[in-house]
Design a binder for this molecule. Sequence first.
Ligand code: AHR
Length: 495
Amino acid sequence: NGQENSMKLDFAEANQVINKNIYGQFAEHLGRCIYDGIWVGPDSDMANVNGYRQDVLEALKELQIPVLRWPGGCFADTYHWKDGVGPVQDRPNIENVFWGGVIEDNSFGTHEFLNLCEIIGADPYISANVGSGTVKEMVEWIEYMTADSDVPMANWRRENGREKPWDVKFLGIGNESWGCGGDMTPEYYSDLLRQYSLYARQYGKGKFERVGCGANGDDYRWTDVLMKNAGRNMDALSVHYYTIATGNWGSKSAATGFDEGLYIKGLKQGLRMDEIITKHSEMMDKYDPEKRVGMLVDEWGIWTDAEPGTNPGFLYQQNSMRDALIAATTFDIFHKHADRVQMANIAQVVNVLQAMILTEEDKMILTPTYHVFRMYAGHQDAVSIPVELSSENYSFGTDVIPAISGTASQKDGKVNVNLSNTNPHKSIKVTVDLSSGEVKKVNNGTVLTAPEFNSVNTFDDADVVSPKDFSQYKFSKNVLEVTMPPLSVVALELE
Ligand code: AHR
């Protein structure tokens, strides 16, 4: 190696806003995400605010979530919204066929979700049922949520206790329609998208964006057909990409206790996000060079084996320092593509996959990934500053990745710089060249690091991986020298 590690900021080319919605979250009726995680009901012995778990609610507020996607996921295309409104005792039970076959009692429905969004200040992103629903069902749901006039669904909403419509910003038309959302071909789905989009009419004053269901990972043909056949019928197109450390869905590997081989492979698979976005963007550019249609990475994150002893259909997994680095390096990639990527929703917010929050009865922990979201929050709606990175490699076995990743943006006179060191064995000095700007000082620094790449926070020790003040930097005119500890994510606020 022996190479100089540096990051040069190009202030002159800073003009692309990083949509705050890249820091979005996803909450599905899956395992213990909604029930137990977010919702315990108003009669619970657990501390709650109108049925929402109090500890989780506070942690969600702190997270500054710009947008929250619901009710799925695969669940969305089995969900019939009318089951989830009206007096709770009258709501029917259904079986959650995709996720563990458990009984869903519908006690968390449209009101409970949209009110939650208002409480935590997030814009709602509703996934409508295309796989097993109808146009009529979707139209009535839109009317129920957003109409202010004297129409049947708005009146029913009023009867159910909500006078004014909610402000719904995003409407997904089907989820994974190539798989659990209907097993469709892109040709068939693009016809459905045209039909559903036509009737997805706006009732309220605010407009919502209609989101077409996008591709599975590197299925670029899906994007091609959708953009060709239905590009003008949507405002955004989604894509789903999950990180599987082994690269093999059949044997994903454990979330804890993994070795260095799986550590680097996990990071490497995460970095594939760059290629996935680049190639889907190229496909979208073919039909939409103006970039009117946004790309929404509305499911992403690391997917491991479920924790031993838990229901495998609940997708409950631990969250390690590796996962924090996957989150940080993924944000660096999203920022690079801020011209096309307008939203991302990590899967999922509580107790499912790469979660922000884990709960066990009345205990709650914040995961390393939660801390990364907090450490990147300054980038929301900031102007991206292009960076030129030069990094030595970190390698293990035959796998090689850059040791350093980074990003920068500016907003309200502040410059946010984030850097990660993926090498678990050595600290690395990074020279940050600020000469194209007018930075005067460093306001503060924060670091997230851990004893091991597989370190996790547990219910007995919740602060193994938690942010600390960081001062291993030297600032002198135009240059910032940052000494990154092994395995670390650093956030610096400059002015
Ligand atoms: O996030 C878990 C599942 O992953 C979602 O329900 C589905 O859309 C995807 O396959």
